[in-house]
Ligand binder design. Structure first.
Ligand code: AMP
Ligand code: MG
Length: 415
């Protein structure tokens, strides 16, 4: 059986990023930029006022109680450029261009009105005060956002500011979820004693959404080779990536591996030395399309999603491979134990210690224990071959949630 590291290597060698194209700015948030965004002009494009007040010649106001004559007005958005001689000033507003020969803004509150459309500047002001210099933030042609960046709201603003109405970004993958299991009903349906409700479909949809991806559909199918293979083929018509849960192991009713082959897929790996999630399966289909099979237990699904599927989706979306695994290196609050036979993913909670964040291990009752997962913030890995980690050991913690406050006062059993 291959290790998690080898499995990840196979994924990185198999998946290539989806095509790029110009997207309207309002559809670019969270997409990966494929072409750098450069400044179309200096930022700011001209010397600007940072305050409401008076634009003056700095050399005029080196002494207290200087009187200056108001010779004009420049509101924001005005192209007026009145000439200002010695002893003169112009009424100016935040964001307006400084008139030629002025270099300093005197705030309104540092002046008093004087006779004859004049003002008195109460105190001397440092030359250049409250002025934004042309090009002080960026020069024309500077790279403002490098290619490979995942666009945040600030980046969207930068694109708008520099006139990039259609940034060139990678396409986001079209994703479908296929849930397998004879025993499954939906949350709204009545269940008999031999049945359970599908939690994997909704969890997967939510995990995708929490990470700025979207599932186009989540379908439940029975444990049947033909039904599963037909469903895979149909979903491939509209998907770049299919996530399957359940039926991926080697039991009599585990039809997913054969269904993938029947639908034309090439299995790249099946089985990873990790717990939970050993029977994970990754398959490639023609046309840069992929299917990932996860065992049905809810914690196998959540672990496999964060360990492989989310990073794989990030590669597809154009994110540089070394940025696709999000983890934090933090010390353990308490000891943690594993059998050491596989890489063990233990649930953990991020807590604030006196010297920074710590990971508090949380004990779970097997890989079906979704209830305990609800008390965790993510997982940390106990490496293959390691049976014990002392308190203070540095672990790689993969956050599953960004909202951590809910757990603050709950006690947690040690691992
Ligand atoms: P399987 O991988 O199909 O052998 O399923 C492993 C375990 O996960 C079984 O106990 C299943 O009942 C359970 N399971 C499978 N699919 C789901 C699902 N969609 N939601 C919750 N539990 C599931
Ligand atoms: Mg099953």
């Amino acid at each position: 059986m291959i290790t998690q590291e080898v499995a990840w290597n196979i994924i990185t060698r198999t998946i290539t990023p989806l095509p790029v194209s110009p997207h309207p700015l309002n559809r670019c948030l969270h997409h990966i930029l494929a072409e750098a965004v450069k400044a179309d002009r200096d930022v700011p494009a001209a010397d600007r006022s940072a305050m409401d007040g008076f634009a003056v010649r700095g050399d005029d106001i080196t002494k207290p109680a200087t009187e200056l004559k108001i010779v004009g007005e420049v509101p924001a958005g005005s192209d007026a450029a009145p000439s200002v001689g010695p002893g003169e000033c112009v009424l100016i507003y935040t964001g307006a261009n400084l008139p030629p020969d002025t270099d300093t803004i005197v705030r309104v509150e540092n002046t008093t009105p004087a006779e004859d459309a004049s003002i008195t500047v109460i105190e001397p002001i440092k030359k250049g005060a409250d002025r934004f210099r042309k090009g002080e933030n960026a020069s024309k042609g500077d790279t403002l956002i490098p290619a490979g960046t995942q666009l945040t709201p600030a980046h969207i603003g930068i694109c708008a500011q520099t006139g990039c109405a259609k940034p060139v970004v990678h396409k986001h993958p079209a994703i479908s979820i296929l849930v397998t299991g004879e025993e499954l009903k939906t949350a709204g349906e009545k269940v008999e004693l031999h049945q359970i409700r599908d939690s994997n479909g909704p969890t997967l949809q939510a995990m995708l959404k929490a990470n700025h991806f979207k599932a186009n559909s989540s379908t439940i199918v029975n444990d049947d080779l033909k039904t599963t293979s037909t469903a895979i083929s149909a979903l491939l018509d509209t998907s770049d990536f299919i996530i399957i849960t359940g039926g991926v192991s080697v039991g009599t009713y585990d039809y997913v591996p054969d269904a993938i082959k029947k639908a034309g897929g090439t299995v790249k790996f099946h089985g990873v030395a990790m717990q939970p999630g050993k029977p994970q399966l990754f398959a490639e289909f023609p046309g840069n399309k992929f299917v990932f099979g996860l065992p049905g237990n809810p914690l196998s699904v959540m672990t496999g999603f964060h360990e492989f599927i989310l990073p794989a989706l990030k590669i597809l979306s154009g994110m540089p491979v070394d940025k696709c695994h999000e983890s934090l290196e933090l010390p353990l609050k308490n000891e943690a134990n594993s059998k050491g036979r596989r890489k063990y993913y233990a649930l953990g909670r991020l807590i604030q210690g006196t010297d920074g964040y710590l990971i508090e291990p949380i004990k779970r009752k097997g890989s079906a224990d979704l209830i305990t997962a609800g008390k965790a913030d993510g997982v940390f890995a106990i490496p293959l071959g390691t049976k014990h980690l002392d308190p203070g050991s540095i672990v790689k913690f993969t956050p599953w949630v960004t909202e951590r406050r809910t757990h603050v006062n709950q006690p947690s059993p040690t691992l």
